[in-house]
Each structure stands twice: as C-alpha cells, then as structure tokens.
Ligand binder design. Structure first.
Ligand code: NAG
Ligand code: NAG
Length: 448
C-alpha cells in the first residue's frame, strides 16, 4: 500500500572512494589464488553455485486481503502430528550445519497449517538484538530500550512479530557476525513468515507509517540499502549497509547464510578473508573480515550469482545515515503538521489499529510520487546511528558523543510522537522525553 517510489541516489556519507578502478570480473580462479589452501570456504561458495535457484514459495493467499499481515483466522492451537522438519533429528538450527531442501520443508509445514497461508505472501518477522551483558555506556541500556520500544511500536502498528536476541548463538559469531545465527534460527522458528527483517539495535523507524514496497522485491531474496555503482566501480566497503536487511525465508537464503558465514570467525580462513577484503575494498577501516564487506565481496566477485537476487535499495531510506537526517527533523515535523492543518481527515482521532488507513490517506493526498532522502521533507523511514555505538559508548572519533546521544533522543522522540498521538499525547519538544503533553481535540488546527 504505502510505497512511494522515492528517488535519491546519494551514496553513503561514510564512503571514501578509494578510486581504485578494476573490472568487476567474476573469476573463480582468483579466489583460488587468494586462498591458497583454504578449501573449506571454497567448497561452501562452490556448493552455493550448484543449487541456487530459488523458487519463491507462492501460495494462493486471500486476495481480498492483500495485506502483509493477516492475523485473522490463524489457528495457534493446531499442530497436526504429521511429521515435519521439526521432527527430523538431523535438522539443526545452528550455523555449522546446512539446512537442505528448505523450500519443500517450509511448504509442507504451511500446507499442514493452512490457517497460516492467507497473508503468508509477504509475512514478515522482525529480528533485532544486542549484547548479553550490561552496556558500558551509562545510558546505553536506556537507549537500547528506547530503540527496542520503537521497533515494537512499528511492528504492533503493522502487524509484524518481533524477536529480540540477546545471547550469542555461536560462541565465535560475535558483534556484527551475531546476526547471522539469529537470522537462520528465526527462519526455522518462523516457517509461516516469508521475510525475516533484521534491524540493528542502533537503527530506528522514523516513519511509523511507511511500509516497504514488497512488490518491488518479488524476484529478489535479499534487500539491503546500497548502490551498485559503489560496489562495482568504487569498490567501497560502504557500498551497502548490512545493518538492516530483509531476507526471504527460503533455501537460497539458507545457502547465502552458509556462504556468508564461511567468511566469518567460525572459518579457519577468517584471517585470510580479512586480507582479501582489504585488498579489494581499500577504504575498509579494520583488518578483520566483517559481515558487510563479506556481502559486498560476494556481490562483487560473483555478480552473476548474487546480483540478480540481491536488491540494492537506494530509492528511499531503507536505512539512512543519522547525521544527514537528524538536522532536518524539525522541518519535517512542521511540514507534517501543515498537512494536518490542511486536511481534517488527518486530524481525526482514531484507534491505533487502523493507523494504516490514515497512512495511506496521507500518502495519496500529500506524498504521492515524492522522492525522499537527503534534503527531503518526507519522513525518513529508518534512521541508523552508524558509528555511534550506544551500548559501548565507543563512538567513532569523528563525532562528539553528545552529538550522537542528543541525535538519538531527538530521532526517538520524533518517532514516538507519531505513536503517542494515537494515545492522546505528544512530546512538546523533540529534545524532551518526559512528561508528554496532552493533545488538544482537533490538533493542530486548534493550537496548544
Ligand atoms: C505481497 O507480495 C506480492 C508478491 O510478491 C506482491 O505482488 C504484493 O504487492 C505484495 N503486497 C504488498 C502489500 O506489498
Ligand atoms: C528548515 O527550513 C528552513 C525554511 O525553509 C530552511 O531555511 C532551513 O535550511 C531548513 N533546515 C534544514 C536543516 O533543512
């Protein structure tokens, strides 16, 4: 429904284009040379080639609904005794053991649980998480709680389930690698979901109305914010951002996770992968292999395999860089109030459950075809506090810590205002978290 075809093609502000030009040649032998004796990863990459056709699972969903999240009529007490993949002792949730024939297994499960079929087409489960111990930054846990509340709010408004992972699922898969075991486990735990949406703990929804244009991704299995030119020409490790992604719950994704993981800390070739990544993506800041560069590497090195299935979304803030977003929030607030002054429909009080109806109205009446992104006064969809490290407090030395923390509070309150309006309250000032101000009837037509 709400899916503006916004268009802005700014590159990541973190990018320092190294300027090194090279043909984006896909040559498997290069990998062999780089690796020397590193066969394990090779085998994984190779096995990936051999069975990477991914039939999207399609079911005859209830067309009259057409929504991504039909929760009506789901039978949560019905689980027939017919054996499914859960009954197979050899099927493992861990990243060490590949899952095979996942499409068939998932399909069988759905067929045995027909109440989940309507709405399964784009059904999405959100996964996020943070470290298992207390934050070193004294306000870190508080900030993470608020970031999480924001995701819970977004999911409640749009009918998505959400899961928080705060323990390592593999002892070696730490920090940015921890998401892969969590995503794989979630795929198995949620056969009813077509998409798993990973969102980093330091990213938040700053447009509570917007929903991703799933129709655009129907032939793709992974969606990340990124720019093909920066992958293939500029060869930068910031060509995409792996902090937020949608991954289809299918065999292709299972195999991607295996291949991706083979460049991670579980691999005996972990150190070599770091060198390989740095040799190609010269602006990479640190020596060890990271999940983001690993994904860019796959796109770069095996374009014909991955590029057709990985959607690099650059037309709206699928995730956006906080420093270019936060300064504009006050103007955006003003603009949205202006829309509400202009049209009484937007001022009408309503139940939170029917928020999508008003979102669609605003889209149609005021935002149709409008490009979002840098300099735009359209609400940014996801704001990512890249480099701020709210939990550890070890932010990039480029910024002053207070810029990070104040920016977060502002963005969180900006998003929270969109939620709290439905509860009758707003933050009177984006810098002020509490107390909230009751909203007058017919606000903002009737002033404070
Ligand atoms: C759901 O998915 C189908 C097929 O991928 C697509 O055609 C449809 O537009 C999607 N629905 C929404 C609400 O995006
Ligand atoms: C906000 O809007 C004003 C008036 O249009 C403009 O002068 C100012 O540059 C804008 N600020 C930002 C940060 O976009």
């Amino acid at each position: 429904m709400v899916s503006p075809e916004a268009s802005h093609f700014q590159s990541s502000p973190m990018a320092k284009y190294a300027g090194a030009r090279a043909r984006p040649v896909i040559c498997f032998n290069d990998v062999v040379l780089f690796l020397g004796g590193a066969f394990m990863s090779l085998i994984l990459v190779w096995s990936f080639f051999s069975f990477s056709n991914s039939p999207n699972l399609t079911f005859s969903a209830d067309k009259t609904d057409g929504s991504t999240k039909c929760t009506r009529g789901i039978d949560m007490r019905y689980d027939p005794t017919d054996p499914v993949f859960y009954d197979d002792p050899d099927l493992s949730y861990t990243i060490e053991k590949p899952v095979k024939n996942w499409d068939e297994k998932r399909k069988r499960w759905l067929e045995l649980h027909p109440s989940f079929i309507p709405g399964s087409e784009n059904r999405t489960v959100m996964i996020t998480g943070s470290q298992s111990g207390p934050c070193k930054n004294p306000i870190g846990d508080h900030l993470l709680l608020r970031f999480f509340k924001n995701k819970v709010d977004y999911c409640r408004i749009h009918g998505h389930d959400i899961f928080y992972s705060n323990a390592l699922l593999h002892p070696k898969m730490k920090s940015f690698w921890a998401k892969l075991p969590a995503v794989k486990a979630a795929m198995i735990a949620h056969p009813e979901a077509e998409w798993i949406w990973w969102v980093d703990s330091d990213a938040l929804f700053t447009d509570m109305d917007f929903t991703p244009p799933f129709h655009r991704y129907r032939n793709h299995n992974l969606v990340v914010h990124g720019w093909p030119g920066v992958v293939y020409d500029d060869r930068s490790w910031t060509a995409l951002n792996a902090g937020v992604f949608l991954i289809r719950n299918c065999q292709w994704s299972m195999e991607l996770i295996d291949t991706w993981t083979s460049m991670g800390p579980v691999s005996p070739d972990f150190a070599k992968w770091g060198e390989i990544q740095r040799s190609i993506f010269k602006d990479k800041l640190f020596p060890e292999s990271d999940d983001q560069t690993a994904l860019i590497y796959l796109l770069f090195k095996h374009k014909e395999v991955y590029y057709p299935k990985i959607y690099l979304e650059g037309e709206y803030y699928f995730e956006g860089y906080w420093l270019e977003i936060v300064p504009g929030l006050a103007n955006i607030t003003e603009r949205y109030l202006e829309m509400e002054r202009e049209d009484a429909t937007l001022r009408r009080r309503h139940a939170e459950k029917v928020s999508e109806r008003y979102a669609a109205f605003r889209e149609e009446r005021f935002l149709r075809g409008e490009s979002g992104g840098k300099g735009s006064k359209r609400r940014p969809f996801v704001t990512h506090f890249t480099g701020c490290q709210p939990c550890s407090g070890d932010h990039n030395t480029m910024y002053d810590g207070d810029t990070c923390w104040n920016g977060m509070i502002k963005a969180i309150n900006f998003a929270d205002n969109q939620v709290m309006r439905r509860y009758g309250f707003v933050h009177s000032d984006l810098g002020k978290t509490s107390p909230l101000q009751p909203v007058p009837f017919d606000y903002p037509d009737e002033p404070w």
